[in-house]
Design a protein around this ligand. Structure first.
Ligand SMILES: Cc1cc2nc3c(=O)[nH]c(=O)nc-3n(C[C@H](O)[C@H](O)[C@H](O)COP(=O)(O)O)c2cc1C
Length: 440
């Protein structure tokens, strides 16, 4: 538990959240009854399931989700075709009033998605008038059944700016723009949101994907009565994508907006990584779909213990702390090289290191079949470290830097006599135009 020495509260858009942990907009935040239970469990705020104005009927496809298991790891991802809220707007607004009445210290963020300019304004005003502390503009659902909505808006940057500006001119509460990851560079649409008046950015919504095809009917899942579609992937599988976009935006001096990180967060470590890369708050859906609201207890405890161990009193002081270490690859010091090293006293003799080194690395291991032990030929080791990834004994294989005088041996060619037969001249540049620009 946090204890008096640890302060998990965070300032975000003028409000104090008692901790950085929020429900993201999804089935986990679909009603006041659910959200109230999540607040009781320890979550500090909610982004309510995206509101709909009742103008167009929302019908969820059935079934609406599919699990993405991999090997014996369950739910490394989740595939969903769920739409925005199918509840009447009135019911959702009554729930807002309930939450603000009974949980005044928790933060209520209303997620909205309009299908026209007027509708964005209407939903924004209805949310503000019924107690929402902030708005999140959903520019990012990848599988809306209504043409031209969701991430189609998030990919048409001028529409992001236009709808954000509409909302900005309608309400006085802060506005968060929720971004789609189904683009290459998030800084650009985030700048459009900023120009429209967004006060913060949240990212990411689900990643467009196909995670499984039925092998009998050949239909992607979820199979909606014979029809599959590209739809939204969430969960641990997408965390690297979320972290990368958050880091990019946090490092963008022109953007300079507070961030709310989303995507594959299940543990306090996942949450902390998002915070270290610049997220002030973090949001969770699939982790709750997998384990329930109670995961917040581990998040609170794990983060508090970490802070205590590191002597950091305020979580606010962790926001963005890892950013200075996120560089581009041309900053690597390529003169420094290393190899893997083995603590063979702990080796169980499974031989997996040998197999992967032979088939996917530098053939730097010999196998002592009698004693069932690997032997490293140091100058052939590529330091790819894949042997350590497959070794079942934690930290048996570690990385070791070698002296600068040490040299790696090049991979030998099979038949040196063939050298005279190759059609190959050394490259000689005739122009230096383009310099060292990366063309990959
Ligand atoms: C079933 C489901 C429904 C969702 N519905 C919404 C929604 O209505 N509005 C929204 O902004 N995001 C919605 N999301 C996206 C989540 O809020 C979140 O951005 C995404 O799932 C990534 O986070 P996660 O890996 O923690 O699930 C939904 C996600 C799932 C899995």
């Amino acid at each position: 538990m946090p204890g008096k020495d640890i302060d998990l509260s965070i300032e975000f858009l003028g409000k104090t959240f008692k901790n950085p942990f929020l429900l993201s907009s999804s089935p986990v935040s679909n009603s006041a009854e659910m959200v109230a239970r999540s607040f009781d469990a320890g979550w500090s705020g909610v982004v309510f399931k995206t509101l709909n104005s009742d103008r167009l009927p929302i019908i969820h496809p059935s079934p609406r989700m599919n699990s993405y298991h991999y090997g014996d790891k369950r739910l490394v991802g989740l595939q969903n075709v769920e739409q925005i809220s199918d509840r009447p707007l009135k019911d959702n607004l009554v729930d807002f009033l309930y939450l603000k009445k009974h949980y005044p210290d928790h933060i209520l963020i209303s997620s909205i998605m309009g299908f026209s300019n007027d509708e964005w304004a209407y939903l924004a005003k209805a949310s503000e008038d019924n107690g929402a502390d902030m708005l999140e503009l959903n520019f990012s659902c990848p599988h809306m059944c209504i043409e031209g909505t969701g991430h189609h808006v998030g990919k048409a940057f001028d529409l992001i700016e236009k709808f954000t500006a509409t909302v900005k001119s309608t309400v006085s509460i802060p506005i968060i723009a929720k971004m789609t990851p189904n683009i290459t560079d998030m800084n650009e649409p985030a700048m459009y949101a900023k120009n429209g008046g967004a006060d913060a950015i949240s990212a990411i919504n689900t990643v467009s994907g196909i995670s499984e095809i039925g092998l009998d009917d050949l239909v992607p899942k979820p199979n909606v009565f014979g029809v599959g579609a590209v739809s939204g992937t969430s969960g641990p599988a997408i965390k690297p994508i979320g972290l990368h976009f958050i880091a990019d935006m946090a490092k963008c001096d022109d953007l300079a907006l507070p961030l709310s990180g989303i995507g594959g967060i299940e543990t306090w470590v996942d949450a902390l990584e998002y915070i270290l890369l610049g997220s002030s708050t973090i949001q969770v859906t699939t982790g709750i779909i997998h384990y329930g609201y109670r995961i917040v207890e581990d998040m609170i405890e794990g983060l508090s213990d970490f802070m205590r161990e590191k002597g950091i009193a305020r979580v606010q002081d962790l926001v963005g702390r890892a950013l200075e270490n996120v560089k581009t690859t041309n900053h690597f010091d390529l003169d420094r090289q290393g190899i893997s090293q083995y603590d063979l006293d702990r080796c169980v003799g499974c031989g997996q290191c040998y197999t992967v080194c032979m088939d996917a690395a530098g053939q730097a291991l010999e196998w002592d079949a009698k004693n069932r032990r690997p032997r490293l030929i140091e100058e052939k080791c590529l330091s790819c470290m894949i042997c350590s990834f497959v070794c079942p004994v934690p930290d048996l294989i570690t990385f070791k830097e070698m002296p600068q005088t040490w040299n790696r041996k090049e991979t030998a060619v099979m038949d040196p006599d063939l050298e005279k037969e190759i059609a190959h001249e050394p490259f000689i540049a005739t122009s230096t135009e383009g310099g060292n620009e990366c063309l990959c």
